[in-house]
Write a protein that binds this ligand. Structure first.
Ligand SMILES: [Zn+2]
Ligand SMILES: [Zn+2]
Length: 348
């Protein structure tokens, strides 16, 4: 068995972690401001789509990434069946940190063995490996997909044919050959504790040195807490969902204005570009908890999109609170309010 030092952080337990359930998937960012794709989960025949507002990290911008669970001897994820996970039929929301250039440290033995050897003063060698790291916020709260040592490549289409392209080489690992223990690397195991039920808890610092200053980490810890205290999505069979939706549509409940979900329009003059993006993405993630998706066309900036949401849609649209947890979604798109899109569709 091969062990992995997990990226344990204060809020990690509140995330829906999909790494152990993934067989493979794709991520596409071919239009700016939209990141979509699908995930194949073990035990679930139909791939689950995701459609997110926002861009991934620099290495994935404009790219079509395909990834599969590791085939290397360092099989670092557990292979779990996703059938019992309570998942919706798709993921909606906004992008968090997304990169294929994350690095994680793996070792070639069980965690127990690793700890035993460390205590004896003879730590086993560790290996830095690439890790596909995809995080987003939306209808399942915070979702985190970490795929260490994956088979991953870019896909480009040339003359109708799919051509695989290798990922960019990783920057020098923080750990060098002469320092196999990692003692001088930024990664350190800070604390290892054994619980009553014999499970091990490992707390450690960042797995990659640039994580601290990640410009894509838009979501504050407070926001992560907030979104994780929301009710989890409940699973419905399509039949149940249709009956439920019919009963909602038959009922006279009008729903409350979107405004009641997203709050007042911020004073834009007080926010810089990054803060506007942050506010928009947090709002989109909160709306996603109510099965409301908000998409951007490539002609809008985050500021344009935020204004459209807060100044036009907020008071004009009603949110039906009963959609939450169903297979029914409401979609808004800036294309409905975009002159460039309107012209494009006219000439089509
Ligand atoms: Zn949509
Ligand atoms: Zn447009």
């Amino acid at each position: 068995m091969i062990g992995k030092i997990s990226n344990v952080s204060e809020y990690s337990d509140m995330a829906l972690r999909l790494g152990d359930y993934i067989e493979g998937g794709e991520l596409l960012n071919l239009e700016t401001n939209t990141t979509h794709g699908w995930l194949k989960l073990r035990g679930i025949a139909k791939p689950l789509g995701f459609e997110l507002l926002g861009n991934p990290g620099k290495d994935l911008v404009g790219r079509h990434l395909r990834f599969e669970c590791s085939a290397s001897p360092l099989k670092c994820e557990e292979r779990l069946d996703a059938r019992n996970l309570q998942l919706p039929d798709r993921f909606i929301g906004a992008t968090g940190t997304m990169t294929a250039n994350h690095q994680t440290r793996l070792f070639d033995c069980s965690v127990e063995e690793f700890l035993r050897l460390c205590k004896r003063g003879t730590p086993p060698p560790t290996f830095w490996k690439r890790c596909v790291y995809l995080e987003w916020f939306g209808n399942c709260g915070r979702v985190l997909l970490e795929l260490p040592d994956p088979r991953a490549y870019f896909v480009e289409v040339l003359e109708g044919k799919e051509i695989p392209f290798p990922l960019e080489p990783l920057p020098e690992p923080p750990l060098d050959q002469n320092d196999p223990t990692g003692e001088s690397s930024p990664l350190e195991i800070l604390e290892i504790s054994t619980q009553d039920d014999d499970t091990l808890t490992i707390n450690k610092t960042n797995i990659s040195p640039d994580e601290e200053e990640d410009p894509y980490a838009l979501f504050s810890d407070d926001f992560k807490k907030l979104i994780q205290t929301q009710e989890p999505v409940k699973t419905n069979t399509p039949d149940q969902a249709i009956n439920y939706i019919t009963s909602i549509l038959d009922s006279s409940e009008e729903g409350a204005p979107l405004r009641s979900l997203i709050g007042p329009t911020p004073d834009w003059t007080q926010l810089d570009e990054k803060q506007v993006e942050n506010h928009l993405k947090q709002t989109v993630a909160l709306l996603a908890l109510h099965n409301i998706a908000f998409h951007m066309c490539p002609h809008f900036t985050y500021a344009d999109a935020a204004r459209y949401l807060f100044e036009v849609l907020a008071d004009q649209e009603l949110a039906n609170s009963q959609l939450k947890g169903t297979l029914w979604y409401v979609h808004y798109h800036t294309a409905e309010h975009c002159e460039t899109c309107a012209k494009t569709y006219q000439t089509d």
